[in-house]
Design a binder for this molecule. Structure first.
Ligand code: SF4
Length: 236
């Protein structure tokens, strides 16, 4: 996820994930494996969830920092999150204000950390990915909680600064997808939506450009800010 979004860098304070998303193999896993050879870390090589506490003083200088962006923080021991990750952020003295992005495909894991997130909410955004609204067949793509569960868990988080990532987009049901996004907007928690296709062409079941455009247009029509990446002609 290193340079995935503008002005954003990943902080590999925790790495790896067992959700095994199909599209992760040529992207994050390949990226981590390259580093693994240099630092001789077998857990990185195997993308096994594990901590890198020696990186606690190496928070990237970027304006936006994806915390554990090459992995899923839901696999991280809470003691490590509190004692190392939060500690490092609290003790970091950047020259310019930073935003810390915490993203998980199991967003219920964030519930236990809400007191800390709220205390630092001026610099923390919570994110989850919703490639589709469809649960059926999702298990062939990923072992992460199905989209409907993920959405409800994300929605249930009592936190005012959320971002939804519809990327890499998979085929969806227009009305349901729009409703999910609008529920977050009406909750008052949604800052914006990332939208994009699979940049690695992993053979995901994808919507046509026309269908994707219809979704983007509908969201924008309801006042949702949509930011784009790997758009294949879709206009955001
Ligand atoms: S949840 Fe994220 S880190 Fe985990 S396998 Fe999927 S894409 Fe990779």
């Amino acid at each position: 996820m290193g340079n995935m979004y503008p002005s954003t860098k990943t902080w590999g304070i925790f790495t790896g994930c067992s959700f095994s998303c199909e599209y992760c193999k040529p992207s994050f896993q390949r990226q981590v494996r390259r580093v693994a050879r240099k630092i001789k870390c077998l857990d990185c090589y195997n993308y096994y969830p594990h901590a890198h506490p020696e990186r606690r003083f190496r928070i990237p200088s970027a304006e936006n920092v994806f915390v554990a962006g090459t992995g899923d923080i839901s696999f991280c021991e809470p003691g490590y999150v509190w004692g190392c990750i939060f500690w490092a952020i609290e003790n970091h003295r950047p020259r310019k204000p930073k935003t810390y992005l915490f993203q998980s495909k199991a967003p219920s894991c964030f519930k236990q950390y809400l007191p800390w997130f709220k205390k630092h909410q001026d610099k923390v955004i919570l994110l989850t990915t919703l490639e589709t609204n469809r649960d059926k067949g999702y298990g062939l793509i990923s072992k992460a909680p199905p989209p409907s569960v993920r959405f409800l868990d994300f929605y249930a988080l009592d936190y005012p600064r959320k971002v939804l990532t519809i990327e890499p987009v998979m085929d969806f049901d227009h009305e349901q997808m729009v409703h999910m996004v609008l529920d977050l907007k009406e909750q008052g928690s949604l800052l914006y939506v990332w939208f994009g296709y699979d940049s690695k062409n992993c053979g995901l079941p994808e919507p046509s450009v026309e269908k994707a455009q219809r979704l983007v247009d509908a969201l924008k029509g309801y006042g949702v800010e949509v930011r784009g990446k790997t758009l294949r002609g879709v206009k955001v």
